[in-house]
Design a protein around this ligand. Structure first.
Ligand code: IMP
Ligand code: MG
Length: 195
């Protein structure tokens, strides 16, 4: 069984097309860090933000961007996922909800990718409902769907075409979050490898 999974995970990459090299990925992270540093680097600013990483997809982005931020900050995480079809997205499920300490704070939400925007729309609303003062959304990537989304990102590292991508924290059926570059997987290959 184990081996079957192993092969399937490898097969998914066989016809995958690189959409951003590891270097381009790092440049995108740098751009996000620069924008955040500009916005929060003011020494007159009294209140420091609380950075929230959205697990699991944002784990790699978070780990790469945090050491590039040069202002005092607090860090915590939330865990939200959408289940349903891999390339369609389903209902938003909360696995770890925000702590009460978000109240009154400026929050920077870090996430891997803004796709349909359902996840981040709910995250933002929940944080505001809990009394967050301001919610700033910084995503590593924004998928161009050619239509308006229920939420906009304030800061975007990379704009991507509307394709299913893996790498830099983003997974396909649980695999390949560990890739340093971004790869697009075709709908046919997604279907063929479906668990
Ligand atoms: P949304 O609610 O449609 O914006 O979905 C956002 C979440 O779905 C992201 O945080 C990712 O975890 C996941 N996701 C969306 N598009 C992709 C993709 O192309 N590859 C892997 N995960 C994705
Ligand atoms: Mg996610």
């Amino acid at each position: 069984m184990q081996e079957f999974h192993h092969d399937r995970a490898r097969a998914l990459l066989e016809h995958a097309e690189q959409v951003a090299s590891a270097e381009q990925v790092q440049q995108a992270v740098r751009r996000v860090a620069d924008e955040l540093n500009q916005r929060f680097g003011n020494p007159d600013e009294q209140a420091f933000p609380l950075v929230l990483g959205v697990m699991g997809g944002a784990v790699v982005f978070t780990g790469n961007v945090l050491p590039q931020l040069d202002f005092p900050l607090e860090f915590d995480y939330i865990h939200v996922t959408r289940y349903g079809d891999e390339d369609q997205g389903g209902q938003v499920v909360w696995k770890v909800i925000p702590r009460q300490s978000v109240a009154g704070k400026t929050i920077i939400v870090l996430d891997d990718i803004l796709d349909e925007g359902e996840t981040l729309a709910q995250v933002k609303q929940r944080l505001l409902d809990m009394g967050a003062k301001e919610v700033i959304i910084a995503v590593f990537a924004d998928k161009d769907l050619g239509r308006k989304k229920p939420v906009q990102a304030d800061i975007v590292g990379l704009s991507l075409p509307n394709r299913f991508v893996v790498g830099f924290g983003m997974d396909v059926y649980g695999y390949w979050r560990n890739l340093p570059a971004l790869w697009a997987i075709s709908p046919e290959d997604l279907k063929a490898a479906q668990p």
